[in-house]
Ligand binder design. Structure first.
Ligand code: ZN
Ligand code: ZN
Length: 130
């Protein structure tokens, strides 16, 4: 059974992690969030940061964006797409109004059901172009 102090510490860790990402539009990885949180909570482990991020995802406060094999965390939970700069690897949110559902004409096998899709735009950001 967790005692009250351990529980209070857990709540504090979750709150710090949430504060570190809630206004962040840069789609950081767990490692990047860990570096930030560690400045305020030096004894926190990457595993704890990771577990708390998964909790925030489960609570629908964060979305996960897979880029290659890395998970990026996104506090913008409304449905949106991404623009990825191929020069600097920065990720930008793209909001498309009245977006229609894209349905593939053919799925790999019969009996599959599509629930959502993710679209990514690749190119160069303004800063890399200038
Ligand atoms: Zn760029
Ligand atoms: Zn996003």
């Amino acid at each position: 059974m967790a005692n009250a102090r351990a529980q209070a510490r857990k709540t504090k860790q979750l709150e710090f992690i949430w504060q570190a990402i809630k206004d962040d539009k840069s789609h950081p990885t767990a490692d990047q969030i860990y570096d930030r949180v560690r400045k305020k909570l030096p004894r926190i482990s990457l595993g704890t940061v990771y577990r708390n991020l998964q909790k925030l995802v489960a609570d629908e406060k964060l979305q996960v964006l897979m880029l290659g094999r890395a998970q990026h965390f996104d506090p913008l939970v409304q449905r949106h797409q991404h623009f990825i700069c191929e020069s600097c690897d920065r990720v930008f949110d793209v909001l498309i109004e009245n977006q229609r559902e894209i349905m593939p004409t053919k799925l790999p096998h019969d009996g599959f059901r599509v629930t959502s899709h993710q679209l990514a735009f690749y190119g160069s950001c303004k800063q890399c172009l200038s």
